[in-house]
Design a protein around this ligand. Structure first.
Ligand code: S3P
Length: 462
C-alpha cells in the first residue's frame, strides 16, 4: 500500500480534548478580488467512497481537504482501499471492486461528519463483516435511526446507543435483499446510504423521494458505469432505481468548488458596501442552488458567468456585488436545495429591509447543531429582531447594519461559526465566536481567504 501523508490526518476534536479557538470579525472595507472556495464536501465524500469500490485507478482533483473528508479518506483506507494524496486536492485511489471492502481492525471515527457516517453505514451494511463507528460530540448526538431503519430491511444488523445514536456497530449481511423505500424525510444522506447498500445487493434497489434532494451519488454512479435510472412519478417525486452488483470503473473526478462554502463570501459581498467579488468554478447543480435563487429574489446582484460542465457536474463563476436586499418568503419546498444555507441566509436577511420568513426548517434542528435555535439566539444577541417556532424562522431586517457586539457559541458547527463571522464584517460592532475549530471540517482556509478579500477576522484571546 502506498504511503499515507500522515501530516494531513484529521485532528480530533472530541469535547475537552483541545483548547477552544475564539475568533472575532470586525467591520470591513469593501471586499474585492477573485477566490476559489474549497471543493464540494458532498462530492468529495462520494468520490472517495466510490473510488474505493471502482476497479482500477481513480484520480480526484480538487478534493476538499477538510476534516470531514479526511475522516472518510482514513475510513476508506481502513476498509482496505489504497488511498494516496498526490498534492494539493489531488488524490489517487485503487479500489477493491463492489463488495470487495474488508473489515476494519479499529473503530471508524467519522469526526463531525453526518454524511461520512451515514453513507458509510450504507456501504458496509451489505459487506459480510462488522464495522464500528463513532464521531465527535456533535455527531454522537445526531439521529442514525433514519439509516438504521431502511438498512435493517436490507438485512443488516445494528447496535447503537439509546435513541439510535453513535457509537454504533453495523453487522453487515452476507445475503442482502433489494428494497423499495420511500424516504420519510427529504434526505440525500439517507437516499445515498440505501443506494450504496444497493451496490452490493443482487436485483434492483429503489428509493422514492417526494422532494428531490442533491443527486451527486446518482450522477457519480452513472459516470462510473452503474445502471441507475430516475423516473419522475406522475403523483410527484422521483423513483431512483439501481441495478445491484455493477462493475464500477475508476474515472477521473473533478470536484467543483462547494456552493455551500461559496455562500459565505457571496453573502459577505452582498452585505459589505462597495464589494465586488468573483468566486470561480462553483458547483451550480440545480439541486444545490436554492440559496442563490432566494438571494436573487431578495434583489441581490449575483451573476453566473462562464457556465460549463466538469466531470458530469455543472459549474460557473459567481460575480457578486454589494446589494440593498429586500425581505422575502422562502417556501418549504425549497429547503432541500438550500438545506445547509439557512444560517447564512438568516444573516443576509438581517441586512435586508423587511421581513424574511423561512418555512419548513425542522431538519435544521438535527444538523451539526440545532441551527434554528442557534441562528435565532445568535441574531437576537446581535440586536436583530427574530421569531422562531418549531420549523419556521422569521428575521425582521431594517435595511441598516445590525448592532453586532456579541460572542456566539458555535457548538462544533462550522456553518454557525462562518455565518456569524460574516455578520461581523458589516455589523456596527465586531462579532466574536467562541471556537473557530469547527470551520476546519469544511473550509479550513475561510479566515485567510476572507481576509485576502478585505475582511478583518482575527484570533481573539480566550
Ligand atoms: C448531504 C446532505 C444533507 C446536507 C449535508 C450533506 C449529503 O443532509 O445537510 O450537509 O452530502 O448528502 P441531509 O441528507 O440530512 O439533508
Amino acid at each position: 500500500m502506498t504511503a499515507v501523508d500522515f501530516e494531513r490526518r484529521p485532528k480530533r476534536r472530541h469535547a475537552g480534548e483541545n483548547m477552544q479557538k475564539p475568533m472575532v470579525s470586525s467591520r470591513a472595507g469593501a471586499l474585492a478580488g477573485t477566490a476559489r472556495v474549497p471543493g464540494d464536501k458532498s462530492v468529495s465524500h462520494r468520490a472517495l467512497m466510490l473510488g474505493a469500490l471502482a476497479v482500477g485507478e481513480s484520480v480526484i482533483e480538487g478534493l476538499l481537504e477538510g476534516e470531514d473528508v479526511l475522516c472518510t479518506a482514513e475510513a476508506m483506507r481502513a476498509l482496505g482501499a489504497e488511498v494516496e494524496r498526490l498534492g494539493d486536492g489531488r488524490w489517487r485511489l485503487h479500489g477493491r471492486g463492489v463488495g470487495g471492502l474488508t473489515e476494519p481492525e479499529g473503530v471508524l471515527d467519522m469526526g463531525n461528519s453526518g454524511t461520512g457516517v451515514r453513507l458509510l453505514m450504507g456501504l458496509v451494511a451489505t459487506h459480510p463483516f462488522t464495522t464500528f463507528f463513532t464521531g465527535d460530540a456533535s455527531l454522537r448526538s445526531r439521529p442514525m435511526k433514519r439509516v438504521v431503519e431502511p438498512l435493517s430491511r436490507i438485512g443488516a444488523g445494528f447496535v447503537t446507543r439509546t435513541g439510535g445514536r453513535l457509537p454504533a456497530a453495523v453487522i453487515g449481511t452476507p445475503m442482502p435483499r433489494p428494497i423499495t423505500y420511500e424516504l420519510p424525510v427529504a434526505s440525500a444522506q439517507v437516499k445515498s446510504a440505501i443506494l450504496l447498500a444497493g451496490l452490493n445487493t443482487p436485483g434492483e434497489t429503489t428509493v422514492i423521494e417526494r422532494e428531490a434532494t442533491r443527486d451527486h451519488t446518482e450522477l457519480m454512479l452513472r459516470n462510473l458505469g452503474a445502471a441507475i435510472t430516475v423516473e419522475h412519478l406522475p403523483e410527484g417525486g422521483r423513483a431512483i432505481r439501481l441495478v445491484g452488483q455493477p462493475e464500477l470503473t475508476g474515472r477521473p473526478v473533478i470536484v467543483p468548488a462547494d456552493p455551500s462554502s461559496a455562500a459565505f463570501p457571496a453573502v459577505a459581498a452582498l452585505a459589505v458596501p462597495g464589494s465586488d467579488v468573483r468566486l470561480t468554478g462553483v458547483g451550480v447543480n440545480p439541486l444545490r442552488t436554492g440559496l442563490y435563487q432566494t438571494l436573487a429574489e431578495m434583489s441581490a446582484d449575483i451573476r453566473f458567468e462562464n457556465g460549463r460542465t466538469e466531470a458530469g457536474e455543472p459549474v460557473a463563476d459567481l460575480v457578486v456585488r454589494f446589494s440593498a436586499l429586500k425581505g422575502v418568503d422562502v417556501p418549504a419546498e425549497r429547503a432541500p436545495s438550500m438545506i445547509d444555507e439557512y444560517p447564512i441566509l438568516a444573516v443576509a436577511a438581517a441586512f435586508a429591509e423587511g421581513k424574511t420568513r423561512m418555512f419548513g426548517l425542522a431538519e435544521l434542528r438535527v444538523k451539526e447543531s440545532d441551527r434554528l435555535a442557534a441562528m435565532a439566539r445568535g441574531l437576537a444577541a446581535c440586536g436583530v429582531n427574530v421569531e422562531e417556532d418549531a420549523d419556521t424562522l422569521v428575521v425582521h431586517g431594517t435595511g441598516k447594519p445590525p448592532k453586532g457586539g456579541a460572542t456566539i457559541a458555535v457548538n462544533l458547527d462550522h456553518r454557525i461559526a462562518m455565518a456569524f463571522l460574516v455578520l461581523g464584517m458589516a455589523s456596527e460592532e465586531p462579532v466574536a465566536i467562541d471556537d473557530a475549530r469547527a470551520i476546519d471540517t469544511s473550509f479550513p482556509a475561510f479566515p485567510a481567504m476572507m481576509n485576502a478579500l478585505g475582511a478583518r477576522i482575527a484570533a481573539r484571546e480566550g
